[in-house]
Write a protein that binds this ligand. Sequence first.
Ligand code: SF4
Length: 102
Amino acid sequence: MYKGDTHKETHKNAERDIIGKEFADEDREEDDQYLKEKIMRAIVDKDLCIACGICEGIAPEVFSLQREPYAEVLLDPIPAELEAAVEEAKEECPEGAITIEA
Ligand code: SF4
């Protein structure tokens, strides 16, 4: 009940609160769904990469220097269990060549 409301206004306000809550719940469900679908991608800028191998050493499942003179990204999207390693590789890359999209 709101201060100064008549009985009718109180009823309307209560209805509005219920409808507002339903919309809020729907928004929350959409947000949860969005978070579940959120994926991580790693990108290496081959013009910046100096092929030092640090990223491959940290996350060999994701980064490889086997075929190219720069680090290739082997997995897209990045599996959840490797996300922390990819973050670390990005932090450790001396050239700032790794970008993460999430
Ligand atoms: Fe290239 Fe950076 Fe990986 Fe070194 S750590 S190989 S510079 S992407």
